[in-house]
Design a protein around this ligand. Structure first.
Ligand SMILES: NC(=O)c1ccc[n+]([C@@H]2O[C@H](COP(=O)([O-])OP(=O)(O)OC[C@H]3O[C@@H](n4cnc5c(N)ncnc54)[C@H](O)[C@@H]3O)[C@@H](O)[C@H]2O)c1
Length: 331
C-alpha cells in the first residue's frame, strides 16, 4: 500500500489493554492533546490495578471504557471511526510463559491480535500501532540491536510477540492493505504504574520496606531501561509517522546491569536493597540494548529521561501510592 496521509493528531483513537501500565499512560496523553479515546480491557475498570491506572482517564469526558476480551467480543463497534488503533493489550512476562500458561499467551498475544488486525482492515483504519518487544531478538552478541538484527526469541513470550508483529506486518504488506502498521519494540519500560512483577518497582519496594529482593542470576544481565514518558512520546509519534509496515526499536539507549540498577536504586532512595540470589531463569536474555537510529529518523524521537531521574520519579510515585492506600510497601 502507499503510505496514506494521516491526520496530525488523531481525532479518535482505540487503545487496547487500557487498564495496563503503558496503555493507561498513552490514554492520559491522548486525552490531554484532545483525542477522544475508547479504551478496551478485559479487566474491570474499578478494581485493583485497573482502578489505579485508570484514575485519571475515567474522569475525562472524552474517554469511554469498554470492558471486553479482544478474543471473544465483537470488535466492530470499538474500531468504528478510529483514526488510529494503539494495540497495547497483551500478556507480558517471560517467566510465566513456559508451560501451562502458554495457551493464554497465544490467545492474548497472537489470536486476539489477528482478530483486531482483521477488523481494522475491514473498516479501513488508517494506522495500527502495535506493542512489540525487545524479547523478539533473543540472545544477541554485545552491542545494540538494530531492527534488522536476526530475531531468535528464547522464550514462549518472545515467540508470541514476534508472531503478533509479523502477522500485522504481513497484513499491512498485502497489495490490498488498507491499514498501515508500526510495530514498536519496547525495551524494559519503567516508571509510575509499572507492573508489580518488574524489576525497578520490585527493587524500590524492597529497599523502602527492607524485605529482601530475589535476584535471578548473578546480577550481570543488562537491560536498556526506558522511561514511560519517552515510550508514550514514541507511541504517539508512531500514529502519524510516514510508514506502511515498519518495526522500530524504542529503548532508553543505555545498557545497565542489574547490579548497576540496584546501586542506582540505593543511591536515589538512600536505602540498602538486601538481595537473595536465585538461579537464572529460562528465557531471560543476558543483554538487551536498542539501536534507536530508526526511531530518530522515522519518529523524530530520542529518549530524554535518564535512569536516575526516572527511578526518582517512580520512587516518588510508589511512596505517594502507598500513602494513599494506607498499605505497607512490600516487594
Ligand atoms: N512493560 C514493558 O516493559 C514491555 C516491554 C516490551 C513490550 N511490552 C508490551 O507492551 C504491552 C503493554 O505492556 P504492559 O507492561 O503495560 O502490560 P500490562 O499487563 O500492564 O497491560 C496489558 C493489559 O492488556 C490487557 N489484556 C491482555 N489480554 C487481553 C485481552 N485478550 N482482551 C482485553 N484486554 C487484554 C490486560 O488486562 C492488561 O490490562 C504488552 O503487549 C507487552 O507485551 C511491554
Amino acid at each position: 500500500m502507499d503510505s496514506a496521509p494521516l491526520p496530525e493528531a488523531p481525532r479518535r483513537a482505540l487503545v487496547t489493554g487500557i487498564a495496563g501500565f503503558i496503555a493507561s499512560h498513552v490514554s492520559d496523553s491522548l486525552l490531554r492533546q484532545g483525542t477522544q479515546v475508547i479504551g478496551v480491557d478485559r479487566r474491570l475498570p474499578d478494581r485493583g490495578i485497573a482502578a489505579v491506572n485508570l484514575r485519571s482517564s475515567l474522569r475525562h469526558p472524552a474517554f469511554r471504557y469498554l470492558h471486553a476480551d479482544l478474543l471473544h467480543h465483537d470488535l466492530a463497534p470499538a474500531v468504528a471511526g478510529a483514526d488510529v488503533v494503539f494495540h497495547l493489550a497483551g500478556l507480558p512476562g517471560v517467566r510465566p510463559s513456559w508451560g501451562a500458561a502458554f495457551p493464554d499467551y497465544l490467545d492474548c498475544n497472537v489470536l486476539a491480535t489477528q482478530r483486531l488486525m482483521a477488523e481494522c482492515e475491514r473498516q479501513h483504519v488508517p494506522r495500527l500501532v502495535l506493542a512489540s518487544s525487545s524479547s523478539v531478538y533473543g540472545q544477541t552478541g554485545d552491542g545494540p540491536c538494530r531492527e534488522d538484527t536476526a530475531t531468535r526469541p528464547i522464550s514462549p513470550y518472545g515467540i508470541t510477540k514476534l508472531a503478533a508483529e509479523q502477522l500485522c506486518l504481513a497484513y499491512a504488506r498485502r497489495h490490498t492493505a488498507t491499514t498501515s502498521v508500526v510495530a514498536l519494540r519496547y525495551f524494559t519500560v519503567y516508571g509510575p504504574r509499572q507492573r508489580t512483577d518488574m524489576l525497578i518497582g520490585r527493587a524500590l519496594r524492597a529497599g523502602l520496606s527492607g524485605v529482601p529482593l530475589h535476584i535471578f542470576g548473578d546480577g550481570s544481565n543488562r537491560r536498556d531501561f526506558t522511561y514511560i514518558d519517552d515510550v508514550v512520546t514514541a507511541t504517539l509519534a508512531a500514529a502519524t509517522a510516514p510508514a506502511c509496515a515498519e518495526v522500530i526499536n524504542i529503548g532508553g539507549g543505555v545498557g545497565t546491569s542489574v547490579k548497576g540498577l540496584l546501586e542506582t536504586v540505593e543511591r536515589v532512595a538512600t536505602v540498602v536493597v538486601r538481595t537473595i540470589a536465585a538461579p537464572p531463569q529460562p528465557g531471560d536474555m543476558s543483554t538487551t540494548q536498542a539501536d534507536t537510529r530508526k526511531a530518530r529518523r522515522l519518529l523524530a524521537w530520542r529518549p530524554c529521561v535518564d535512569l536516575t531521574t526516572g527511578v526518582t520519579r517512580q520512587m516518588e510515585w510508589i511512596k505517594r501510592s502507598a500513602g494513599r492506600s494506607g498499605k505497607a510497601l512490600c516487594s
